[in-house]
Every structure is written in structure tokens, then in C-alpha cells.
Design a protein around this ligand. Structure first.
Ligand code: MG
Length: 253
């Protein structure tokens, strides 16, 4: 009954946390050089508890997570968040672990270094969520037109899909920075539908974010499947088709 499926990328097809960690490590190396965290990492033997490096990643993850969550509720655009989280993290680092920062550099310069190194590395990260390729194979085999639908930079997301070997499944990629609106803004979905020439009832949206993917797409008139990867508690009165692994989408489509 559907003609096409829109699929979110991060934490639906690509595994967000290991990708984020890889990009974070590259950005920290770029910022602190060989004297800082890479020295920490070269220490062999078992680690007890959180290393400084893990603790810093946790801090980074909390800062970026909070800002992305605020963006979901309209407090910032995704483009603003991409500028805000490197700055807030570098500011925090300069207060807590200044020894990991190059001497004599200002916050602005260090923020730019971190931000560019993170983005460059992020664009190469491509850990697949278990079952992602199989799900795309299944949907492609059923004859659906497939489109990626993500909040981020288009060129980075396309390169990540390419590196992961799944870009060829997609007829096109709808990425917020190219589309001009972020999910869950209804205009993101309207512009995506305009680009593929389909009506809302022709398209199914699959994603892991209740706010951006599910409620946003529903508001635009699309049917949805919620990929509840992190076992979030759900309001059963919403009656949202939900799966906990990608192989389960075959029940619905
Ligand atoms: Mg996602």
C-alpha cells in the first residue's frame, strides 16, 4: 500500500554512540595533540573505572545530547546546535582539564579546531545498527522507493551511508541542512514529499526518535514505525506501531 519508505539515519541505520565516540577521539587528538589524551590511551594494561578520556566523552555526550534534545523542542535549529556544542564542550574542558588544551590558544580558535576535526571524522564514521542492511534489503526487495531522512549535513550523511555500503539503496537523501527545515518541523516532511512527488499516505516513516521521526511524520500525515532501540517507556494510548529490532518491521510492511 505504500510507495516509499523514509528512514532516519542515526540510531536507526547507523549506530550513533560508537560513531560519536570515534569522531570525539579524533577531535580530541586534533585539539590536544600527542601530549594529551593520546598519551593516556597509550598506557597499556587494564583500566579501572572511568578514564579521563571516557569521562570527557561522557561530558561531551551530555552537552550535545541536551542541545539536540532542546532542538527537538524548537529551542535551537540543528545548524545552531552544531555550533553550540563544540563551544560549550571546549569551555567546560578549559575549566576542568586545561592540561588537555594547547597553551596560548583562545576559546574561539580551539572551538573551531575541535568542531572541524569532529565533523571531518564524523563524516567517515559508519557503524551499522544490527539488521540495518537486512532491513534495507527487505524493503528494497518489496519494491519500495527508499529515502533517507535525517537532521544533519547532507554531504556528511551521504558519505557515511556510502562508507557503510548502504547508499545505493536510496533513491535520494533528505537531510535537514539541504532541505532547509529540521525534523520534526512539518515543512521538512512536506518538502521531502514534494521532492519525491508523493502524497503523505504513500509514505511510511521509520525512525528511533519519538519526537522528530514519529510525531513529526504523523503530523505531516505519514504512517510510521517507531524503532524503540533504547526501550523507552511508551504511552500505549498513542497506538504507534513499534519494533525493538529492525527485523520486526516485516510485521508492518
Ligand atoms: Mg535517529
Amino acid at each position: 500500500m505504500y510507495k516509499a519508505v523514509f528512514i532516519d539515519i542515526d540510531d536507526t541505520l547507523l549506530d550513533y554512540i560508537p560513531c560519536c565516540r570515534e569522531a570525539f577521539d579524533a577531535a580530541m587528538n586534533s585539539l590536544s595533540g600527542v601530549a594529551g589524551l593520546s598519551a593516556e590511551r597509550s598506557v597499556s594494561g587494564p583500566r579501572l573505572g572511568l578514564s579521563v578520556e571516557d569521562g570527557l566523552f561522557q561530558t561531551f555526550f551530555e552537552i550535545s545530547g541536551r542541545l539536540f534534545s532542546e532542538a527537538k523542542h524548537g529551542l535551537h535549529t540543528i545548524a545552531e546546535v552544531m555550533e553550540l556544542y563544540p563551544r560549550e564542550f571546549v569551555e567546560r574542558l578549559s575549566e576542568t582539564y586545561p592540561q588537555y588544551l594547547p597553551a596560548g590558544k583562545g576559546i574561539d580558535e580551539m572551538t573551531e579546531t575541535f568542531k572541524h576535526a569532529f565533523r571531518a571524522a564524523w563524516g567517515q564514521t559508519h557503524y551499522l545498527v544490527p539488521g540495518a542492511k537486512e532491513a534495507l534489503d527487505y524493503l528494497h526487495g518489496k519494491g519500495y522507493r527508499l529515502f533517507a531522512a535525517s537532521n544533519s549535513f547532507g554531504h556528511l550523511q551521504r558519505n557515511r551511508l556510502k562508507q557503510a555500503g548502504i547508499l545505493p539503496y536510496f533513491e535520494d537523501t533528505y537531510i535537514s541542512m539541504d532541505i532547509g527545515y529540521d525534523k520534526p518541523d512539518i515543512r521538512f516532511y512536506q518538502e521531502a514529499l514534494r521532492r519525491c512527488g508523493l502524497q503523505p499516505q504513500d509514505v511510511l516513516m521509520i525512525g528511533d526518535s519519538m519526537t522528530t521521526d514519529i510525531l513529526g511524520a504523523q503530523k505531516a500525515g505519514l504512517d510510521v514505525i517507531f524503532f524503540n532501540r533504547r526501550n523507552e517507556p511508551l504511552d500505549p494510548s498513542l497506538h504507534i506501531p513499534t519494533v525493538s529490532s529492525l527485523s520486526e518491521i516485516q510485521q508492518f510492511v
